[in-house]
Design a protein around this ligand. Structure first.
Ligand code: NI
Length: 184
């Protein structure tokens, strides 16, 4: 089922999402499937549960649609439950980012070039994995959502000033998307 996406200004995007108790959480596989469909429908390459209004520590990344330009992303798809960063490189990289919850805005963000993450996959197996390149970028962007951060928090001061009026309009509900958005 395609779910409405919560937009900049929504409270759920600013909360620290809670740990998933895989034994007790009901409908977890359905939520994961719905998140995936919602992401694909919106032409996204990543989504975090708070973006569909669920304050839970679950993210999905899928780079397949970018694989023509970035062959490293061929088959790069992960479901990550309760992800935890166990290493961040000091070396950084800058990439342009966008977000389904912050439509029609792109901006450069500096983040660690390499990270390691421990998480449960969709089969609830524990995995520890290292990420590099654009995949690393996608994962960090999504993990940020679980702690209430948006990429626009991380852009340069000057860029933020330029974006602020657009963001204010968005928070006031003035936004246009090709996908369904949630009413706050
Ligand atoms: Ni995002």
């Amino acid at each position: 089922m395609i779910l409405p996406i919560y937009i900049y200004g929504s409270h759920v995007l600013r909360e620290r999402a809670r740990e998933v108790d895989i034994e007790k959480e009901e409908g977890l596989q359905t939520l994961i499937e719905d998140m995936y469909q919602t992401m694909k429908h919106a032409d996204g390459v990543g989504i975090a549960a708070p973006q569909v209004g669920k304050s839970l520590r679950i993210v999905i990344v899928d780079g397949e649609d970018l694989a023509d330009d970035m062959p490293e992303l061929k088959g790069f798809k992960r479901v990550m439950i309760n992800p935890e960063i166990t290493f961040e490189s000091k070396e950084t990289a800058e990439y342009s980012e966008g977000c389904l919850s912050v439509p029609n805005i792109h901006a450069d963000v500096v983040r660690p070039r390499q990270i390691r993450v421990r998480y449960l996959n969709e089969k609830y197996e524990e995995v520890e994995e290292e990420f590099n390149g654009f995949g690393c970028r996608m994962v960090q962007h999504e993990l940020d959502h679980l702690d209430g951060h948006l990429f626009t928090d991380r852009v340069s001061q000057i860029r933020k000033k330029i974006l602020q009026s657009k963001l204010n309009k968005m928070a006031a509900g003035k936004v246009s998307t090709h996908y369904k958005i949630a009413q706050k």
